[in-house]
Design a protein around this ligand. Structure first.
Ligand code: HEM
Ligand SMILES: *[C@@H]1O[C@H](CO)[C@@H](O)[C@H](O)[C@H]1NC(C)=O
Ligand SMILES: *[C@@H]1O[C@H](CO)[C@@H](O)[C@H](O)[C@H]1NC(C)=O
Length: 242
């Protein structure tokens, strides 16, 4: 039989333990709440770095980061002060830090550009503390991702796949060497094979534009469609001026 004294000691232990668990739970909940929360644009605007007593916050794709440790960039007078207290996602790729450039709309950007902004968000996740979600274009008032954000994520994912595909395709035909100097102008050349100008087929989907590259084709490949000999360059020349 357990003595009443021991029983009392045990229940006191249990009580103390339960209290501890509850305190730890409350503490974690509290600190979690404090770090991750839902922000409105008006709230975010207060954290633009002008008030030295407040942290500096920055939004990108509706994710909010505490960039206080980068005050030299984001504080007043810093080169990237205009990113503070707002979500200027578009400017991360446009580089347009003036008035209408500082917006969160990505309308009309190519998938590669959208991926560029998603990469910037990754940079902030790695470098700074994530503090929550911004209500607006990228999150609804409950903090759920909007259709717009999902579209951005999938566009960026697609760009990554296309880039990978392009890399694999282009590795099959090596690129030309190239150099440029004031006196000599531009020059491309191949160690093995012959320089040809070719369209990069994946590019339209990635950038919305067609670009070209110089690639080195072997003699038996020179009949392939779409290969352009450089202006003023011989059919079997290994070096071409550009
Ligand atoms: C689309 C254009 C650009 C964007 C969006 C951009 C954005 C940024 C951002 C956000 C940072 C701060 C990173 C951090 O928190 O540590 C940064 C740093 C920096 N940027 Fe840019 N930048 C752009 C163009 C340029 C250009 C053209 C140059 C140079 C000619 C440049 C030079 C630098 C340097 C040197 C730093 C590091 C400064 C330091 O660590 O003290 N940036 N950039
Ligand atoms: C910047 O933040 C301060 C307070 O921290 C606020 O008074 C001011 O209106 C903000 N500026 C803008 C442009 O939102
Ligand atoms: C930046 O955006 C503004 C407003 O859309 C525009 O007037 C200006 O020409 C842009 N500047 C650059 C360098 O693209």
């Amino acid at each position: 039989m357990v003595s009443p004294l021991r029983l009392r000691a045990t229940s006191q232990w249990l009580l103390a333990f339960a209290l501890l668990v509850a305190l730890v739970a409350i503490f974690f909940r509290f600190s979690f709440r404090k770090q991750h929360r839902i922000w409105t644009m008006e709230e975010l605007a207060m954290y633009n770095g002008t008030d030295e007593g407040l942290p500096i916050l920055l939004g990108i794709l509706g994710s909010v980061f505490d960039v206080t440790k980068g005050r030299s960039h984001y504080g007043p007078g810093g080169g990237y002060h205009h990113f503070a207290g707002r979500d200027a996602s578009r400017a991360f790729i446009s580089g347009n830090f003036t008035g209408d450039g500082l917006i969160d709309s990505l309308h009309g950007l190519s998938s590669l550009e959208v991926k560029g902004i998603v990469d910037w968000r990754k940079f902030y996740f790695e470098r700074y503390r994530y503090v929550g979600k911004l209500v607006g274009r990228y999150h609804d008032s409950q903090g759920n991702p909007t259709k717009y954000l999902k579209g951005v994520e999938s566009k960026a994912k697609r760009a990554a796949q296309l880039e990978e595909k392009q890399k694999i395709e282009e590795a099959k035909i090596p690129s030309c060497n190239s150099k440029w100097s004031q006196e000599e102008g531009g020059e491309v050349w191949c160690e093995t094979g012959y320089p040809r100008l070719v369209k990069r087929p994946v590019d339209i989907a990635l950038t919305g534009r067609v670009s070209q590259r110089c690639a080195c084709y072997k003699e038996d490949e020179l009949g392939k469609p779409g290969l352009v000999v450089y202006d003023g360059c011989d059919y079997l020349s290994k070096v071409c001026r550009v």
